[in-house]
Design a protein around this ligand. Sequence first.
Ligand SMILES: Cc1ncc(COP(=O)(O)O)c(C=O)c1O
Length: 471
Amino acid sequence: MTIDETPRGPGSGAESPGMQRSRTTARDLERYAGLFARRTQGMKSSAMRDLMAITARPEVISLAGGLPDTSLFPAEDMAALMARVAADASAKALQYGPTDGMEELKECIVRVMAEEGMDVGTDELLITTGGQQVIDLVCKTLIDPGDVIVAEGPTYPGAVPTFGAYEADVVQVEMDRDGMRIDLLEETLERLERAGRAPKFIYTVPTFQNPAGVTMSLERRRRLVQIAAEREILVLEDNPYGLLRYEGDALPPLYALDGGEYVIYLGTFSKILSAGLRLGWTAAPRPVLEKLNLGKQGTDLCSSTFTQHFVVEYFAQREWRDMLAVLRNHYRRRRDAMLDALEEHFPPEAEWTRPGGGLFIWATLPDYIDTTDLLARALREHVAFVPGRAAFLDGRGGSSMRLNFSGVGEDDLREGVYRIGKVIAEQVRLYSTLTGQDPGASRRSPPAAEPPADTPSARVLPLRRRAGGER
Ligand SMILES: Cc1ncc(COP(=O)(O)O)c(C=O)c1O
């Protein structure tokens, strides 16, 4: 069963009369099929987008989104700032703006990037419609059909449809708790070279990765930028979560280590301020930036001038780091609540990451459990997660899931994990009935010693347990 096939019978609340009318029928498809460009065959709906319609139902506890908790932003404050933009700058805020964005906003971005140790000039920035647009523009600028992109396995599920739409050949490199395995990356690059191919870029979320929650070690970061320079390959560093750190010391972003030679940096206001603003940015080598700018002109001329003015006002009137501190406090507690709940409600055979920041935990179940099937069962219990396959382009990840801990409060997090644990326990029992094997206790026992290297999860994200864990 796919996510799209989730039961939506009468009374499920999943479908409004409007949706019914807009449902594409087989006849419609036939009528238009010959008109579509070939690239549309590679376009697939993002699993998270599909899920959003279902998870918007109030009775569903969604651990599926990557949603910041916007209720943490003081509403009156937002209203006051909006009113000020409308009163003081309405003629400009309601007008088109330059494609590369407002200079004053770029100055705010310089401050945000400096917070993570990056030194960037305003002329090295392009403001975009969310970070998502950077991924799209980088593909639009660099990818011809069949070109190779190297990405982490698992990778950001929202990038999967973009890579597909540009008909890229995506090669995914395994990760462990220290991020992308750079030894395997080198093997991959050599293999590709022998086949006469070089990737157009390497896509990575090195810090508090979405979906895995792991962070690339300093040693690997250094080696990655070295490889990029040696082989003259661009790296797209996607960093929405670097400032959402709940413990430990920050590691330098790839952009800081490389000095802006081969790294295209992606930043966003979505997770530190608001996703509804739809504002992100890229810092890139100038020739690349110019092409990205041309690509953006054709896409949307410029990003919302109104929200750009809003952010400038926000930075002028408020201490932006205060909001960050609020978010960190809440999300740290939610992460801990989810980790405790996983310990309590997931079976002993399950493994999961322990992120030091960001919004996600990646859990892997025994390989006889398919998380896409499990999602359909979980939805009947009114709880949702993202099945692991959404983070792979080659069908892997079938026993894994991404769990988000930022979007709902601690009680709902615990209840959500409990409900998922319940449907997992049913599957474990079913398996044991069918095979006669003892699935083990349904409650988690104290952490076992290292799992054998060839456990099913090792194929998607090996998690060697260390004394004290990653936290
Ligand atoms: C890794 C990563 N990249 C990019 C994005 C896109 O973010 P936005 O377009 O809201 O800036 C997200 C959103 O969740 C993300 O997790």
